[in-house]
Design a protein around this ligand. Structure first.
Ligand SMILES: NC(=O)c1ccc[n+]([C@@H]2O[C@H](COP(=O)([O-])OP(=O)(O)OC[C@H]3O[C@@H](n4cnc5c(N)ncnc54)[C@H](OP(=O)(O)O)[C@@H]3O)[C@@H](O)[C@H]2O)c1
Length: 269
């Protein structure tokens, strides 16, 4: 199990790498920190999509009434804020926005705020929420069959036969705006859409040592008949301190089951 210590010099080198500045990777830098964060900091010319989910030992991401605020431990939150600082954009679903009223900014570490993107096909995000009321850039993705909103930058997309916005169309719209490194932060429904369509390069599952008992589940995908069809990405584990991180790499060799899941798509909500 890897342990990630991040000194200031290593973090500065990662931010320089993110910005395409010549950087000196510290000789003493923790190897695990490099393995974990350098793939997120590098800009390779092709889009990089990572999803992160913070869950309990019993696989819950929030209580039944949607409280997810302190689910991850301090080091889990620091990790999430590091990812936010390294990517160009952070994407959430409207369920997360309505439940948490998140800011999605970088506060626990130094670094730039990502562009905040909320998928809100039906225009449910009201005025007054934090995303619409601070200086950081926010984009709302909505369906083209509802009244356009004028209080925020929007992307309008048509719905597919299931009534959903195609995750690939969402990504293409972001890439067209030069947002090529993207964190899908949740909730689980939003992550599932990207995972089912085979669009995730990485998935970070950050496990906090608490048992919620009952609550909103983590990822749910279309049913499979046999475990041979299960997704088996290459996984590296990291001991973050308060939380254990499973870094799932879907691009390292073949991922059994991914094609089958992608072909089955995701059920309409
Ligand atoms: N532990 C964690 O890591 C974590 C992280 C984030 C959130 N949370 C918790 O998770 C809960 C919310 O999660 P959730 O799964 O219910 O909701 P969610 O994923 O935040 O939002 C789902 C909604 O977003 C819209 N949406 C997302 N992708 C879409 C697509 N491709 N096409 C069309 N619409 C799309 C739909 O809106 P419509 O319903 O309008 O169609 C959908 O119902 C909250 O309680 C929050 O606190 C936990």
């Amino acid at each position: 199990m890897n342990v990630t210590r991040l000194c200031d010099q290593t973090w500065s080198a990662l931010l320089d790498e993110r910005d395409g500045k010549p950087s000196q990777w510290p000789a003493f830098a923790d190897v695990a920190a490099g393995e974990l964060y350098r793939p997120l900091a590098r800009r390779t010319g092709r889009p990089m999509v990572i999803a992160q989910v913070g869950q309990s030992l019993d696989g819950r991401v929030a209580t039944l009434n949607g409280d997810a605020r302190d689910l991850s431990g301090r080091d889990g939150f620091n990790h999430l804020h590091r990812i936010r600082a390294l990517v160009d954009a952070v994407v959430v679903g409207v369920g997360c926005v309505l439940a948490d009223d998140p800011r999605l900014t970088v506060r626990n570490v130094s670094g730039p705020n990502p562009v905040r993107v909320a998928i809100d096909p039906n225009g449910r995000i009201p005025l007054g929420l934090k995303l619409l009321n601070d200086q950081s850039r926010t984009i709302i993705v909505q369906a083209d069959d509802i009244a356009p909103r004028h209080d925020v930058e929007t992307i309008t997309l048509s719905r597919n036969a299931a009534g959903l916005l195609e995750p690939a169309d969402i990504l293409a719209s972001l890439v067209a705006r030069d947002l090529t490194s993207i964190l899908i932060e949740g909730g689980a429904t939003t992550i599932e859409h990207f995972l089912c369509h085979g669009l995730l390069d990485r998935l970070h599952v950050c496990i906090s040592p608490i048992i919620v008992g009952s609550g909103l589940p983590g990822l749910s995908l279309p049913p499979i008949k046999a475990l041979s069809q299960a997704l088996r990405p290459r996984v590296t584990t990291y001991n973050l301190g308060s939380d254990i991180l499973f870094d799932c790499d879907f691009r390292a060799g073949a991922t059994p089951g991914l094609n089958a899941v992608a072909a089955s798509g995701v059920a309409a909500e």
